[in-house]
Design a binder for this molecule. Structure first.
Ligand SMILES: [Zn+2]
Ligand SMILES: [Zn+2]
Length: 225
C-alpha cells in the first residue's frame, strides 16, 4: 500500500487519535500521551506504537521527550474529522430523531466514511452550525462557547441556561444518560440552589425537580450566565 501523507486520509484509528488531540490542544494547549491512553481507553504501549506511526506519516511531531504537537497536515485532518463528527451528530438528531444520548456513538462510526463533498452538502443543509448538538464548538467556532461557564464556577442562587456538555462527557454513556434522564441538556434553564465545595457537589433545580451533581461531572456541563 502506498502512502501519501499529504493527500491521503488518515485511517479511522488515526482519526480517533486526532479528534482527541484536537480537544486536548484546544482546552489545555498541550497533548500528553498518558492522557490519550486514558481518554481513548487503550494501553499506553499501544498509544506509543500508534504515535510512532503517526509521526512517521507526518500527522504529528515529537514522540520524543519534547511533548507532542500536530503538524499542519495533522491539524487540518483533525479539524476535518471533528467537523464530520459534529455534522453527522446534527444529521442524526434533526433528520433521524436519534436522542442526544446516542448521537455521539452513532456519529463516531459514520464520521470516517464522509467525503469532502458530502461534508460540504451536510454543512449547507444543516444551516452551517457552529456547535454540535451537545454544544461543543466546531473547529474555528471556539469563540461562540467562550462565555459559557462550567457549573462548578457558578454561585448559588443564579438561574442559567445550559449550553454545553463537554466532549469528554459525551464520550461517557453513563454520564450522558444521567444528564439526559435528569433533563440536563442544552437549552434547559436551571436554578443553582446550592454549591458545596467541601462536599464537591452542587444541587440544581430543573423543572422544579432537584438534581445533585458531583463536581467531577458538573465541570463538564457549561451554562450561559
Ligand atoms: Zn460527539
Ligand atoms: Zn456532540
Amino acid at each position: 500500500m502506498s502512502r501519501h501523507p499529504d493527500t491521503t486520509r488518515p485511517t479511522p484509528t488515526v482519526e480517533d487519535y486526532l479528534m482527541t488531540m484536537h480537544v486536548l490542544e484546544r482546552d489545555t494547549g498541550e497533548i500528553i500521551a498518558a492522557r490519550l491512553a486514558e481518554l481513548l481507553n487503550v494501553a499506553p504501549a499501544t498509544v506509543t506504537m500508534t504515535l510512532k506511526r503517526m509521526e512517521r506519516d507526518s500527522w504529528i511531531h515529537g514522540t520524543g521527550r519534547s511533548g507532542l504537537s500536530l503538524t499542519e497536515t495533522g491539524r487540518a485532518a483533525a479539524h476535518s474529522v471533528v467537523r464530520r463528527h459534529m455534522l453527522t451528530e446534527w444529521l442524526l438528531v434533526s433528520v433521524f430523531k436519534i436522542p442526544l444520548t446516542q448521537t455521539h456513538e452513532e456519529a463516531h462510526n459514520m464520521e470516517h466514511a464522509i467525503s469532502p463533498l458530502l461534508e460540504e452538502r451536510m454543512r449547507e443543509a444543516l444551516g452551517d452550525p457552529q456547535v454540535c448538538p451537545h454544544g461543543n464548538p466546531l473547529p474555528g467556532c471556539e469563540s461562540v462557547t467562550r462565555a459559557w461557564l462550567p457549573l462548578t464556577e457558578l454561585a448559588a442562587g443564579v438561574t442559567v441556561t445550559l449550553r454545553r456538555i463537554h466532549e469528554f462527557a459525551e464520550d461517557n454513556p453513563q454520564i450522558l444518560n444521567f444528564l439526559y434522564e435528569n433533563g440536563l441538556i442544552p437549552g434547559q434553564s436551571v436554578l443553582v440552589r446550592e454549591v458545596l465545595p467541601f462536599n464537591q457537589t452542587l444541587t440544581l433545580s430543573v423543572n422544579e425537580k432537584s438534581v445533585t451533581l458531583g463536581f467531577s461531572i458538573a465541570r463538564f456541563v457549561y451554562a450561559e450566565p
